[in-house]
Design a binder for this molecule. Structure first.
Ligand code: ADP
Ligand code: ADP
Ligand code: ZN
Ligand code: ZN
Length: 877
């Protein structure tokens, strides 16, 4: 049933008219959505909000755009799939700002995402202070991502990576035969290298440290690759004899130095596992040529207000705005205030120039034609560029991102921060007449910052655009001019338009899950906070903006860390706490599961300082459940990640037909040759490169996306083949595998955590950060609970409807009841109200934050005087 109160109150000519939408779970829905309005799409997880907003409206706009710019791409568009919809009328071009899924470019930064960097490079090129005699540089010369600008030593990375004897030979009391060279390849390849050394007369049985330095250096560092006869299986003595007598060798073997093997493998291997393996022998340090600043010397010698471009890129946006102020007011390099912060050389050069120009250093009235650093043209250009920069930095600061710096790498940002960066960037793009489709812009935002978000959204609208937002935050939903509620349930139970109209009308729609939370929010279950059985105390914590902080977490309790964006919550909970506790446990910092991201580039540049003072005897394990993708390729999916696919494959291998054909469990894997489709090698998709456009995935023409070859698909378990099982949703699969306890248990947990709507084969690349996090949590929950585990979660409610938040909270409470300790970073005050202990950080962001503003039970913190969180928490209690 489609309820639509639009007919009277809005002019339908001003609406986007969707007819017959059937994408994913949408049930052939019709809906009219007003243009030039602030529209919010609501509904529980899996109800079909994204399928409507992104999968239908945005996708259709994108398809039309592709057709118009690239008629030749029509075939590709067909392969990539067009949205399942009969018609969409009056659809403006759409721009999507989605929570980023999957991997991001490691070289991208706040400056590049916002395009502020190109403005800054222009500023340095045109108006920077050059050392005397140095010719002017082009803007590209200031970019570490161009050949012109990159430091020649580190190629613009800022770090150099190399091996050392210590990393490659961790235990020098071992002989080569006993694997002294840990970095050598395993198995046959390693034996081969050893046998080659035997043929060459090296002593492989003496402890490494007793070998002559010359030999050790050659074995580790040589770039030579000699080929010699190898006699596998012979002792060194026998080998010597064999060589002397010119006996026929087993084979000819070619030697590679240990360093060269590690670096070549790291650079060239396609295997994430191999890459990870060799990366442990590599250590990185700041590039000695550019001091980690990534640019050529010539570029670094140019300054603006006394700062080289790398130093400017390290400033917070708040500081950057201050640095730009004098120049924007036309004071660049002219008065004492601006000159005062020029570095000594530049200041002396400026003074010399003024003196040469006949002026006095104090009166500062230079002859513009003879003062290249301070010419009138430069001052005018600096004024324009600096004013432009300030204008574009302002919305970023308004959105609570003033603590970020231009050089901050985007992989270190949360997906919410990244989306707000993109949002603010759109404000200066000056598009109009487009539909902006946004995915939960409130993610990561403290309730106190919600007002400025709303202003930015209204700014986009005021410029003549439509703003369509998928959102869960009740305060933001309450501001909607038009509401589209999708559902009422998830997956098969959803996909209908429960309501479409102005917000107040929702109050009459009994079916809507959203209605209840909006108009009569259920109070969190009344419970008294748990009593701590001890305290985990950290002392002297120093990390990012945390300086020498002492903080305690109650053991056996549920703690929420709150504070405005940038106050240091993640630095404390997701970085310092895991680092210090792992150090206390004597283990490596935790990751919930193997992540297959680049091991070196992931390495945190700054280490945590501090120590655990008390409470470590009560913690046996720490698990961090983060929002990082569970895999970067469509090869990992829900079933493989949770481990339940192993059991499923065994079931298939145990069927009579599989046994007859001698198909083992490996036959049913799409990750190894044998049972998978040979064309796409089990991907199910082929990547199609489009000129000038992001590449698209198209279903494989051989297996049509099933990933398997025809023979494998002939094997069935209870009437379904393996591809059909992967296509099942968790809810269906739970019934289907009812008789298989191990599989059923994993599926039940996924259901309980609200993921019943996901397909078993849902590729990791299609999961949102919140879904990835809940999958990790489910994987944990299905383990046997022994208690004494510390669970750490960064904003677990993001992407969740209030109804799903309640469900998640019950799971987390269950973990605490089982004797564990849970610490979360959280903005959702309904969730914070249900915890036992609150630590509020702040008072501001970046350097204005990093301190404990208030701590105590939720009721205590709600009364705290100087806490920005307190009033919002009080409202939720
Ligand atoms: P919401 O945005 O409300 O959380 P979605 O629109 O993402 O919900 O999902 C609605 C339904 O469609 C769910 O059952 C989901 O599993 C399914 N779905 C989502 N994306 C895909 C996809 N790429 N292929 C198949 N089914 C999908
Ligand atoms: P919150 O989680 O409260 O939003 P964060 O802990 O992420 O805040 O950030 C606190 C401060 O530390 C900010 O100034 C932020 O820019 C800085 N910061 C956080 N992570 C990093 C990082 N990986 N590298 C450099 N600075 C960081
Ligand atoms: Zn360098
Ligand atoms: Zn295929």
């Amino acid at each position: 049933m489609t309820r639509n109160s639009s007919s009277r109150s809005t002019d339908t000519a001003g609406s986007v008219r969707v007819r017959g939408a059937r994408e994913n779970n949408l049930k052939n829905v019709d809906v009219d959505i007003p243009r030039n309005a602030f529209v919010v799409f609501t509904g529980i997880s899996g109800s079909g909000k994204s399928s409507l907003a992104f999968g239908t409206i945005y996708a259709e706009s994108q398809r039309r755009y592709l057709e118009s710019v690239a008629p030749y791409a029509r075939r590709l568009i067909q392969q990539a799939g067009t949205p399942e919809v009969e018609a969409i009328e009056c659809l403006p071009p759409a721009v999507a700002l989605q929570q980023q899924r999957g991997a991001v470019n490691v070289r991208s930064s706040v400056g590049s995402v916002t395009t502020l960097s190109s403005l800054v490079r222009m500023l340095y090129s045109r108006t920077g202070a050059y050392p005397p005699g140095q010719p002017m540089l082009y803007a590209e010369d200031f970019s570490p991502n161009t050949v012109e600008g990159a430091c020649p030593t580190c190629h613009g990375i800022g770090r150099v990576y190399d091996v050392t004897e210590q990393t490659m030979v961790p235990d020098d009391s071992l002989s080569i035969r006993d694997r002294a060279i840990a970095s050598w390849p395993p198995a046959w390849h390693g034996q081969n290298l050893r046998d080659i050394l035997v043929s060459m007369g090296y002593d492989v049985d003496r402890p490494w440290r007793d070998l002559p330095q010359k030999d050790r250096d050659w074995i580790l560092y040589t770039e030579e690759t000699p080929t010699v006869p190898v006699y596998p299986g012979l002792t060194p003595e026998q080998t010597r004899v064999a060589i002397r007598r010119g006996m026929e060798p087993g084979y000819q073997g070619t030697f590679t130095g240990a360093r060269r093997y590690v670096l070549d493998t790291f650079a060239n291997t396609k295997s994430a596992l191999m890459k990870k393996r060799v990366s442990q022998y590599i250590i990185g340090r700041d590039c000695p040529t550019c001091d980690g600043k990534r640019l050529k010397r010539a570029a670094l010698s140019v300054t603006f207000e006394g700062l080289d471009i790398a130093a400017l890129g390290d400033l917070s946006l708040l500081k950057l705005r201050e640095v730009m102020r004098p120049a924007a007011q036309g004071d660049y390099g002219r008065d004492g205030a601006a000159t005062a912060i020029l570095d000594k050389d530049a200041r002396e050069a400026a003074v010399a120039e003024r003196v040469a120009a006949g002026g006095s250093a104090h009166k500062a009235a230079p002859d513009v034609r003879r003062t290249p650093n301070m010419s009138e043209e430069k001052v005018v250009a600096a004024q324009r560029l600096a004013a432009d920069l300030i204008e574009r930095i302002n919305p970023l600061i308004d959105l609570g991102l003033g603590y970020l710096s231009l050089d901050r790498a985007t992989p270190t940002l949360s997906s919410g921060e990244l989306q707000r960066l993109r949002l603010a960037t759109q404000l200066s793009s000056q598009l109009f007449g487009v539909v902006y489709v946004l995915d939960e812009p409130s993610a990561g935002l403290h309730p106190a910052d919600g007002e400025s978000l709303l202003q930015v959204l209204h700014g986009l609208k005021a410029a003549g655009n439509s703003v369509f937002v998928v959102e869960h935050d009740l305060d933001l939903i309450a501001q909607a001019e038009w509401l589209v509620d999708v559902g009422p349930g998830a997956g098969e139970g959803g996909g209908r338009i429960v309501y479409s109209g102005p917000l107040p009308g929702l109050a009459d729609v009994a079916d809507s899950v959203t209605r209840r939370y909006l108009f009569e929010p259920p109070k969190p279950p009344a419970r008294s906070p748990r009593k701590p059985r001890g305290w985990l105390r950290l002392a002297g914590v120093t990390r990012n903006n945390l300086r020498d902080l002492d903080v305690g977490f109650p053991l056996g309790c549920f703690t929420a860390v709150t504070g405005v964006s940038g106050s240091g919550k993640s630095s404390l909970v997701a970085q310092a706490l895991p680092d210090l506790v792992s150090a206390g446990l004597g283990t490596a910092p935790p990751v919930a599961e193997e992540s297959d991201t680049d091991p070196l580039l992931d390495a945190a540049p700054e280490a945590t300082r501090g120590r655990t003072a008390t409470g470590m005897d009560d913690i046996r394990r720490i698990i961090e459940v983060d929002q990082k993708p569970i895999g970067r390729t469509p090869r990992s999916n829900l079933a493989t990640y949770t481990g339940l696919f192993d059991h499923v494959r065994k079931l298939f291998a145990a069927t009579p037909e599989a046994k007859k054909r001698r198909y083992g469990a490996g036959r049913f894997s799409f990750n190894v040759a044998g049972g998978r489709c040979p064309t796409c090698e089990g991907e199910g998709f082929m990547m199609v490169e489009l000129l000038f456009l992001p590449s698209v995935y198209a279903p494989c023409s051989t297996c049509h996306g099933s990933r398997y070859n025809a023979e494998t698909l002939e094997i069935e378990w209870r009437g379904k083949n393996i591809a059909e099982v992967l296509a099942m949703r968790v809810d269906q699969a739970r019934d289907f595998f009812d008789s298989e306890p191990q599989i059923a248990r994993a599926l039940t947990v996924l259901q309980e955590i609200g993921l019943g709507y996901l397909k078993l084969g849902q590729p990791a690349t299609e999961l949102s950060g919140g879904e990835a996090q809940r999958i990790k949590l489910a994987t944990e929950l299905q383990r046997v609970q022994r208690g004494q585990t510390l669970y750490v979660l960064d904003e677990p409610t993001s992407g969740l409807h209030p109804a799903d938040v309640d469900r998640l909270m019950r799971q987390l409470q269950g973990l605490v009841d089982a004797g564990n300790t849970v610490v979360i970073v959280e903005h959702d005050m309904r969730a914070v109200a249900q915890t036992d202990w609150v630590i509020d950080l702040g008072p501001g962001a970046g350097e204005e934050g990093g301190r404990i503003v208030a701590e105590g039970t939720p009721r205590e913190v709600a009364k705290a005087k100087d806490s920005k969180t307190a009033p919002y928490l009080a409202a939720a209690l």
